[in-house]
Design a protein around this ligand. Structure first.
Ligand SMILES: O=C(O)c1cc(=O)[nH]c(=O)n1[C@@H]1O[C@H](COP(=O)(O)O)[C@@H](O)[C@H]1O
Length: 274
């Protein structure tokens, strides 16, 4: 199997960069006429994958909205991951994991080992326990041709409190980005170790040239736009993976309308990349 970075590059070139997020909020289930139950969750999430999977390079289910339904919710997440793969899209599971090394190995086995029922093509990882806590994820990703998206400059308003703090010569975010650049050095056509850089952060002085994918959540409901993504990423925009959840999902329950909403956003980003 080719590396995650190579698979993502090929998929983005083929289908466009947009990564719709699958965030089955209780309010969205109700808006789709569904109950906030495991059965409602299943209808919602599998409907979203049916509409968006065949036309998207990647999809990003958010684990919290499945976990809140307990074991039946996790069973739905397993099916969602399998259906994303069957639709020819890459599954980026948003779990934002980070822990001491020995526990991180457990999380890496759960999400990156293809033998696991919850295996995804890539996961989101929090680096705020330090580089050694990310290392087990890096090793598992390399072993299994999977990818990571490590939180660098997140979209939430309070993110700067930690991420802009200075750590020696660099900011904390700058340190994360530099370590990712080192991991991706020489990888072609794209490294597998991505960063999360929110679509709402405004301009940044950080060096985003990490030779890896740059997941940009915050498009739509949080105010991020294609123009803003263009400004943030500059000459790295071709590696940006813009992501939007609530704005696209609220176009349902009609699956055609959902697909059209995603296509409009995807086209706007395709135009940006040129
Ligand atoms: O890692 C993420 O996906 C993420 C990072 C970040 O900086 N900001 C952010 O919003 N996210 C996730 O992206 C999704 C955004 O959802 P919407 O605001 O509905 O488009 C949510 O699942 C968030 O948890």
């Amino acid at each position: 199997m080719s590396t995650f970075g190579a698979r993502l590059r090929a998929a983005m070139d083929d289908r466009g960069p947009l990564c719709p997020g699958i965030d089955p909020h209780a309010g969205l289930l109700r808006a789709w006429g569904l109950d906030d139950t495991p059965a409602g969750l299943e209808r919602f999430a599998l409907g979203a994958v049916e509409a968006l999977g065949p036309v998207s390079s990647s999809l990003k289910p958010q684990s919290a909205f499945f976990e809140r339904h307990g074991s039946r919710g996790i069973a739905v997440l397993e099916r969602v991951l399998a259906e994303i793969r069957a639709a020819g899209a890459l599954a980026i599971l948003d779990v934002k994991r980070g822990d001491i090394g020995s526990t991180a190995e457990g999380y890496a086995d759960a999400y990156l080992d293809p033998a696991s029922p919850l295996a995804a093509d890539a996961i989101t990882v929090s680096p705020y326990l330090g580089s050694s806590s990310v290392q087990p994820f890096v090793e598992a990703a390399a072993r299994h041709d999977r990818g990571l998206f490590v939180l660098a400059l997140t979209s939430n308003p309070g993110a700067g409190q930690v991420q802009h703090a200075r750590a020696g010569e660099r900011t904390v975010a700058g340190t994360v980005l530099a370590e990712l650049a080192a991991l991706n050095a020489g990888a072609e056509p794209l490294g597998s170790y991505g960063a999360v850089v929110g679509a709402t952060i405004g301009e940044t002085a950080e060096d985003l040239a990490i030779n890896g994918p740059l997941l940009a959540p915050g498009v739509g409901a949080q105010g991020g736009t294609p123009e803003a993504v263009g400004r943030i990423f500059g000459d790295q925009v071709r590696n940006a993976v813009p992501s939007s959840s609530r704005e696209i999902l609220s176009a349902g329950p009609d699956l055609g309308a959902l697909r059209d909403a995603a296509a409009r956003t995807n086209d706007a980003f395709r135009t940006l990349v040129g």
